[in-house]
Structures are given as structure tokens and as C-alpha cells.
Write a protein that binds this ligand. Structure first.
Ligand SMILES: C[S@@+](CC[C@H](N)C(=O)[O-])C[C@H]1O[C@@H](n2cnc3c(N)ncnc32)[C@H](O)[C@@H]1O
Length: 232
């Protein structure tokens, strides 16, 4: 009983906030088996730089990958799922980190873009993510298709900003209202925004000072919109 009370109190202090710092350290402070769903878009390990020169922390060095996935597995509740984007050129590293952490791949999602992010041997027109299970999660009543449209987000707040609509449908499929969604690599806070807009709780972590600030301001704006909607 006492343990449950501490667990709940600890959890509340993490919830509905984007935390500024290294997600490995932040997740270490979270109770085990405490979040209902993880939806995250970690660095793809491709040393990305957009046309305006914006870059992404930890996009070269993979030393964070296994420790972060081990913590993600620890904080996810038993019999729940995670959706994790990844860079296809480094699929071996991501797969190794997920399996070493204990995740079981149970699906793979292709997000079809209406534009190409790059053109070389092909016009590169999709993003991808694995659906990963901890234990034996129940099946959704109406499973989503594993090819989804991904509209252009505009990348105004972050160079690899994901559109809220695409994330929201995953949150609706894998959680109930009031449950908690974690994004350890929050960037501009798109997953957290999608969670709030679908009446879920959220926990985010972001280490970059600028993206953290933009994400915190974005969440404040959405919070005000949601509160105004409830009053009207
Ligand atoms: C691919 S971006 C996520 C973009 C996000 N999906 C969005 O829509 O804005 C990955 C983010 O993870 C952050 N990051 C990288 N390593 C991190 C770590 N160890 N802890 C917290 N954030 C980290 C980067 O600064 C970057 O903003």
C-alpha cells in the first residue's frame, strides 16, 4: 500500500511536463512499469543538418541508444506497446538495442509522405517505425493499417518535426483517455501535443535548450486552448 502511494506520487511529479535534460537520466528517476505507451522519434544517427543549418543532438554517436532503450523498456508497463521511429540506414543498431532491452517487434509502420526529403538512388518518401511489445499486450479492437499518410508538418519548430495528426491516431489506437504517453526524445513536443489534444497525460524529455524552450511554449499554448475549449 505504502509503495503504491509513493509510486503514484512520484509518477504525478513527472506527468504533464516536458523535462529538460538527458532522457536516460530522467527515465532512471521514473518508477518502473509506470507509462502506458511510448511514442518516440529518436535521432536517426545520420548527422542530419537541414537547409538552414539546424542539427540534432546525439545524431552521430550511438552510445546513448542501448541505455535509452533499456530505460524505455523499464518504465513501460507490462503488456503494453511502444512505437519508435528509426533511421533505416542504422536498422541493425536500433534492432539490436530494442531486442537487448527486451522488446518484441510486433509490427512495422510505413508513413507515406507526399514529398521527398531527399532524392538520390530513389526519391526518399517515407518514414518508418517499429511497433514493439513488452510482454503480451491485448490486440486493439480495430487495428490501424501499417501504411499511413504523413502530411508535411512544416518543420517550423524542429528540423524533423512530426505532424500531430499522424501521432494522434497511434495514441488513440494504443491508449485510453487519461492514460500516460511518454516521449523521451520530444523535440518540439509533437507527441506530447498529440497526447494532450486526445485527452491523455504526457511525459516528455528533451536535452536541447532551444527545442526544449519551443516545446514548453508550445505545450503552454495548447494547454490554454484545451482549457478554453472545456470552458466553452
Ligand atoms: C528526431 S528529433 C524529435 C523530433 C520530434 N519528433 C518533433 O516532432 O519535434 C530527436 C530529438 O531528441 C533529442 N535528443 C537526443 N538525444 C537525447 C537525449 N539523450 N535525451 C533527451 N533528448 C535527446 C534531440 O535534441 C532532438 O530534438
Amino acid at each position: 500500500m505504502a509503495t503504491t502511494a509513493i509510486h503514484t506520487e512520484q509518477q504525478i511529479s513527472f506527468t504533464n511536463r516536458i523535462h529538460h535534460g538527458d532522457c536516460i537520466e530522467i527515465m532512471k528517476q521514473m518508477p518502473a512499469n509506470s507509462v502506458d505507451f511510448i511514442l518516440t522519434d529518436p535521432p536517426y544517427l545520420v548527422n542530419y543538418r537541414d537547409r538552414t543549418g539546424r542539427t540534432i543532438h546525439n545524431d552521430v554517436d550511438e552510445s546513448w541508444l542501448k541505455p535509452a532503450m533499456a530505460q524505455a523498456y523499464r518504465v513501460l508497463k507490462q503488456d503494453r506497446v511502444a512505437v519508435m521511429f528509426y533511421g533505416w540506414t542504422k536498422i541493425d543498431r536500433f534492432f539490436d538495442a530494442w531486442i537487448s532491452a527486451g522488446f518484441q517487434p510486433v509490427g512495422h509502420i510505413v508513413f507515406r509522405k507526399s514529398y521527398s526529403s531527399k532524392s538520390r538512388f530513389l526519391r526518399y518518401q517515407h518514414e518508418q517505425a517499429f511497433l514493439l511489445a513488452k510482454g503480451r499486450p491485448p490486440l486493439p479492437k480495430q487495428p490501424l493499417g501499417d501504411v499511413m499518410d504523413m502530411p508535411y508538418s512544416g518543420n517550423k519548430l524542429h528540423p524533423t518535426q512530426k505532424p500531430v495528426q499522424a501521432l494522434a491516431q497511434l495514441i488513440r489506437s494504443f491508449t485510453l483517455q487519461g492514460e500516460t504517453v511518454l516521449d523521451p526524445f520530444a523535440g518540439s513536443g509533437s507527441t506530447c501535443a498529440a497526447a494532450l489534444l486526445t485527452n491523455r497525460k504526457y511525459i516528455g524529455a528533451e536535452m536541447d535548450d532551444i527545442y526544449f524552450q519551443l516545446a514548453a511554449e508550445r505545450m503552454q499554448r495548447i494547454q490554454q486552448r484545451v482549457a478554453a475549449r472545456r470552458l466553452s
